[in-house]
Design a protein around this ligand. Structure first.
Ligand code: AMP
Length: 502
């Protein structure tokens, strides 16, 4: 049986209905979207892409990038989106690891792209965000608007999304057609999506939230997506005039709450506000309800598992929790060392199981075996507790992770770059609560003897090495890092001190 995600997305659609609008321009009907993705799939085949090949994509957010995603699915290729903030040094690791057949970049990045594909023998193609530029779409109208979709089983790979490892090595999470399709179906039911919906889409599309939760759900339901290049309050308020759903990270909501335009009147056409990717403060949940009359629906997921838990559409949306497990998904709390299940009310490691859970880490059998157990449970690395009525509360992260504006930053990676600078003895990177970003990346640095290296010098040096979202918002200096008797840096103390200093 064909288990292809695209086969499901394209089945039984009203071809006249608008699928995608780029801001307020270039509306594309489902019929036009399918024709464009067929042409793009033909282009991919022309470029030598075969089923199972990886296509790495580091392009701006646009309808064209989503068309490329659909084309990759149709051609049976594995879509590999990369954060547009990644520097060439970071991208070269991903390309070396994933060995894509094709790497797609913005036309402005052609030169850097050529240098990146040369060592791995991949082809380079370009794609602009204006619907006109890039080698991928030059002359594409001459290609057929139909394509013989490559059949896929539910177990075939649809995408690889990299999620950084705590040890500094990034891991490619392998997601199958079955993983993505089952989760999209579950969310459509859970959140009552229909073809009448208009989704206001302001999330990045290189991440599971914007690419899979938002895009797959809306397209599978036959809804309309209004694609904004980024979160920007003026555009959001304009979009809210017709949108029925907004999906965001907590930062969206805190920023909109700070805007005097937010009101019941301006949100009256919206039926659902969703939040995820980072903890939504109960305070934000309450303030939003007071300002708009809407209760934000918070859900919990991750790159490896898609969505696991969601507050209910009907029923109690409990602030500070991510709701019960989604239908078909099992969640349990276990004692970390022994993996013994714990009763309600006890904090432990969150494990999940279900058709949503990924197939493993790309070319990392040992890491896969350590986290995705033979009994089917995936060890999330998040700590939490379940209430007696099954609501999950996330209390912290076992993994040493900072989430800033919904994006993950692994302290180890930033620390390694800081420690390499002249004038630095050592460093520790922590997340400090921040009303705007959820957490702000903060570096605590011990200067080398005789060094006078400053905050701005460190930030400048890192800017060339790390994506912008990973750069410390603040650099604090200390004489020595606090350590416990086992020699481990006590990051909890650093966080307390950093909070006191801000
Ligand atoms: P990512 O793989 O980038 O989607 O990040 C996944 C991680 O984000 C999870 O393991 C959690 O630590 C965190 N996360 C996602 N949603 C929530 C939420 N609603 N509340 C708290 N943490 C969350």
């Amino acid at each position: 049986m064909n288990g292809s995600l695209f086969a499901a997305l394209s089945a039984g659609k009203d071809l006249e209905r608008t699928a995608l609008i780029s801001g307020w321009e270039r509306p594309l009907s489902y019929g036009a979207l399918f024709a464009a993705s067929a042409r793009m799939a033909n282009r991919l085949v022309e470029l030598g892409v075969a089923p199972g090949d990886r296509i790495a994509v580091q392009t701006g957010k646009s309808a064209e990038t989503l068309i490329l995603y659909l084309a990759a699915l149709r051609a049976g290729a594995v879509y590999l989106p990369l954060n547009t903030d990644y520097t060439p040094a970071e991208v070269s690791y991903f390309l070396g690891d994933a060995e894509p057949a094709l790497f797609v970049v913005d036309p402005a990045a052609t030169q850097a792209g050529e240098a990146l594909v040369a060592p791995i023998g991949a082809r380079l193609a370009t794609l602009g965000t204006d619907g006109k530029s890039g080698t991928l779409i030059e002359g594409i109208d001459a290609l057929p608007a139909t394509f013989a979709d490559v059949p896929r089983t539910a177990d075939d790979l649809a995408a690889i999304l990299y999620t950084s490892g705590t040890t500094g090595r990034s891991k490619g999470a392998m997601l199958t057609h079955g993983n993505l399709l089952s989760n999209a179906r579950t969310l459509i039911d859970a959140w009552r999506f229909t073809a009448a919906d208009e989704l206001l889409h302001a999330l990045p599309i290189y991440h599971t939230h914007g690419l899979f939760v938002a895009t797959n759900v809306a397209l599978l339901a036959g809804a309309t997506i209004r694609l904004l290049p980024r979160f920007e309050p003026d555009a959001i308020f304009r979009g809210l005039e017709t949108a029925t759903v907004l999906m965001g990270v907590p930062t969206f909501y805190t920023r909109l709450l700070a805007d005097p335009r937010l009101s019941r009147e301006r949100t009256k056409g919206v039926r659902l506000f969703v939040s995820g990717s980072a903890p939504l403060l109960a305070e934000t949940h309450r303030a939003w309800e007071a300002a708009t009359g809407h209760r934000i629906l918070e859900r919990y997921g991750m790159t490896e598992t898609n969505m696991n838990a969601s507050n209910p559409y009907e029923g109690e949306r409990r602030p500070g929790t991510v709701g019960p497990a989604l239908p078909g998904v099992s969640i349990r709390i276990v004692e970390e060392a022994t993996r013994t299940p714990l009763p309600a009310g006890q904090i432990g490691m969150i494990e999940v199981k279900g058709p949503n859970v990924f197939k493993g880490y790309w070319r990392m059998p040992e890491k896969t075996a350590a986290e995705l157990k033979e009994d089917g449970w995936f060890i999330t690395g998040d700590l939490g507790q379940l209430s007696v009525d099954g609501y999950l509360e996330i209390v912290g992260r076992g993994k040493d992770l900072v989430i800033t504006g919904g994006l993950n930053v692994y302290p180890k990676e930033v620390e390694t770059e800081i420690d390499a600078l002249d004038g630095v003895a050592e460093s520790a990177v922590i997340g400090v609560p921040d009303p705007d970003f959820g957490e702000a990346v903060t570096a605590v640095v011990v200067r080398a003897p005789g060094s006078a290296i400053s905050e701005s010098e460190i930030r400048e040096a890192l800017a060339a090495r790390l994506a912008r979202f990973k750069l410390p918002k603040r650099v604090l200096f200390v004489e020595a890092l606090p350590r416990n008797s086992m020699g481990k840096v006590q990051k909890n103390l650093l966080r307390e001190n950093a909070l006191a200093a801000t």
